[in-house]
Design a protein around this ligand. Structure first.
Ligand SMILES: NC(=O)c1ccc[n+]([C@@H]2O[C@H](COP(=O)([O-])OP(=O)(O)OC[C@H]3O[C@@H](n4cnc5c(N)ncnc54)[C@H](OP(=O)(O)O)[C@@H]3O)[C@@H](O)[C@H]2O)c1
Length: 287
């Protein structure tokens, strides 16, 4: 099989995708600005391709001989430009399939509520216009980011706080996103379009506090707290995160779909399992 290129390979989700492809003994190329760090992370299991989204020459080198591409980049002012540059290089090199990690569905649709969602939407639109097979994964909020932060806060002695304690989220475990991404990279045929990926159910901050309390065997308070005002000169990422909080408080993320189960033939991982597993791992680390 021709190699698969993963961008964002050294990040939170990229690493999970790479480790799954490597476990199947597939040839993986990883684009990175930090080749030495990437080599330490992946050893010799992956071909490290030094490069940078803003450097077209490095992108042209990275996509040469590639059949399938996992497209992922962090939230930033340059998200749309970066991803479109990778897509254009991939198309020119004859890459056959692109699996894009997009924003959460509720950040993209309806448009105008999220600068990050709008940037992802621009890339999705670009992909739709190209004669390259593509699918865009729109994962709901990841357990490994938002929930892990909440657990960290509680372990440090603080309560669970949220602008709206009754606004739930259909959290998804990042390992399920990686499983779906790998499934779609390797499938013989894909339907294309955009897929809304969620966990199995919606959990509110009050329910999260109760679940962590059960796991820790102590009371955990849930307290309503207005979001801190965002500075006028805040950067793109901070403005994007503030908008996510507003949309979540309005209940926009309280969504579940059966996409993960229908693609993988098993239910998505649950919030309960994540909390217990995460706390056990933290306790083991603490000795
Ligand atoms: N967290 C959530 O709940 C959530 C929900 C839905 C969608 N998403 C989407 O997930 C994505 C973020 O994924 P993540 O958290 O796994 O990312 P991450 O951990 O922040 O990793 C970022 C990756 O991008 C690479 N990178 C950054 N700038 C680069 C550049 N200029 N050129 C080449 N590579 C560059 C980094 O590689 P090097 O440092 O090695 O160069 C790193 O591997 C975003 O697009 C976000 O919208 C997140």
């Amino acid at each position: 099989m021709s190699p698969i290129l993963v961008t964002g390979a050294t990040g939170r989700l990229g690493q999970l995708v790479v480790e799954r492809l490597v476990a199947q003994k597939l040839p993986v190329h990883a684009l990175t600005r930090h080749p030495d760090a990437a080599r330490q992370l992946f050893g010799t299991t992956v071909r490290i391709v030094p490069g940078e989204f803003a450097d077209r020459i490095s992108l042209d080198t990275a996509v040469r001989g590639i059949d399938r591409l996992l497209l992922l980049s962090p939230i930033s002012q340059s998200l749309a430009a970066s991803q479109i540059a990778v897509v254009n290089a991939a198309k020119a090199a004859g890459v056959r399939r692109i699996v894009k990690i997009s924003g959460s569905d509720w950040t993209i649709d309806p448009p105008g509520g999220s600068i990050a969602g709008d940037a992802h939407a621009a890339v999705e639109q670009h992909l739709r216009r190209l004669p390259v097979e593509s699918v865009c994964l729109r994962p709901n909020a990841w357990m490994q980011v938002s929930l892990a932060n909440t657990i960290k806060q509680v372990r440090a002695g603080y309560p669970v706080t949220a602008a709206n304690l009754d606004a739930g989220v259909g959290y998804i475990d990042a390992r399920d996103i990686a499983d779906v991404a790998v499934h779609l990279l390797l499938a013989d045929r894909i339907a294309g379009g955009a897929l809304n990926l969620t966990g199995p159910d919606v959990k509110t901050p009050r329910q999260i506090a109760d679940l962590i309390a059960t796991a820790l065997g102590r009371r955990v308070a849930a307290i309503a707290k207005a979001p801190s005002p965002i500075a006028a000169d805040a950067d793109f990422e901070h403005r994007a995160i503030a908008q996510f909080s507003t949309l979540i408080a309005a209940g926009c993320a309280a969504v579940t779909t059966d996409v993960v189960a229908s693609l993988l033939g098993r239910p998505p991982r649950s919030v309960e399992a994540f909390i217990f597993e995460h706390l056990a791992a933290q306790a083991a680390l603490a000795g």
